[in-house]
Design a protein around this ligand. Sequence first.
Ligand code: UDP
Ligand code: MN
Length: 504
Amino acid sequence: MFLDVLKAPFAVPVPAVISRSQEGPGEMGRAVLIPREEQEKMKELFKINQFNLLASDRIALNRSLPDVRLDGCKSKVYPEELPNTSVVIVFHNEAWSTLLRTLHSVIARSPPRLLAEIVLVDDASEREFLKASLENYVKKLDVPIRILRMEQRSGLIRARLRGAAASRGQVITFLDAHCECTLGWLEPLLARIKEDRKTVVCPIIDVISDDTFEYMAGSDMTYGGFNWKLNFRWYPVPQREMERRKGDRTLPVRTPTMAGGLFSIDRSYFEEIGTYDAGMDIWGGENLEMSFRIWQCGGSLEIITYSHTGQIFQEFPEIFPSNSLEIPRRIGQLQDFPWPGMFDGSCLTIPGVVKVDYGDVSVRKALRESLGCKPFSWYLENVYPDSQIPRRYYSLGEIRNVETNQCLDNMGRKENEKVGFFNCHGMGGNQVNKNREKHLKNKEDIFHGIKSHSLNSPLLTLRHLNSNQCLAEPSEEDRLVPTMRECGGGRSQQWLLRNMTLGA
Ligand code: UDP
Ligand code: MN
């Protein structure tokens, strides 16, 4: 099905649209609207890369963009002496017009002395036009451009590693293959790295509509975080960070994580902190792993609000495997954190995963050791205190019934559904419970944990607030659901909390 689309006659690239006036389609970042009679064709083309290719192909490869910077950013003067950068762009079956627009925007809007070269890494694309046609095209451009080809599909991380290793600039700037850089995007990134080589910097990421290719300014009021499921998410810049910057929105935002598509890093620092974790496949999650590592191992991560770069925001193309579960599991192993135990708030019942093969992490753990990296709890406490993940736990781990020796288990159900009961497997996943307080919350049901015996005992009874009953072992009829009974029932109402990592 996908290959059929590839072979469709209109999948060949349009000739480079280079001459333009400010009036042309998409100029100044305006939206391109496709007339009704072409909607069918537009929909067909959309399937190829999960964006409106017909619209993209109508826009000049060097289209003009609005200057979306805050006023205070426009007049900023940078030191003459800045490190230069290699721009590394990896791609897999990227569309011609979006890839070339990325290149043209880099070339047009980077001071030549700062742009050492562009390194393109083709992650085993199948499309013909990305072969000789691309080589011939880039030869005519005014900047040294190399194209490296992965022999087989290797994924974003390994492709980027290849590009980084072959590059020569003092700084490495990674870009996705469907970006547009705006005026003045590069200088502030390099200037910050010059000030502090251990700062890894991201521009504000503007949105290029996947539908109309309209260019929309990203916000300087959001920063990168992540949720329980270890998905990268944008969140409002918290008050404490606004205060640290004394309300000056042109100052860099210290961000807990980066989106990953676009950032600059000092080359030697990139190597020093261990580049990427090449044990991660395809893409997704590598940005979080790297963000954690940067912060934990002595660096910092910032959004430079002077710098804007647009990126097409697409739904994930079907050709890529969805964010796989090996990656959260692998990150969890690196961080000694029971990911992907999927917990949320203080609820018990979020589906998780138990057995996934996350590969060998010993080398990466040794690296962290040798770098003297701080633990995840430090990161949560100091870098991301606004996180949904509580810094301190009363318990984090399984809840085992003393009588039956079985565990509370969410049975892979959706969040907020009733909890189940199953053999303890000690693998985390659905049996990981996390509680900030000594109580257990499930939907509207709140249980208060009451310590049995001595103060140091990990044994609890769990008293239901509304009914005043206690959580107990299942009944004979249904061995898979815990019951509620009058309190005082002895061992069948005693629960052993086993902490897995971060104790309170
Ligand atoms: N990419 C790649 N190999 C892959 C997957 C992705 O080279 O196996 C490239 C892709 O062409 C793009 C970048 O990696 O330049 C990021 O991928 P994508 O845009 O799909 O990710 P998203 O921006 O949606 O996170
Ligand atoms: Mn992308």
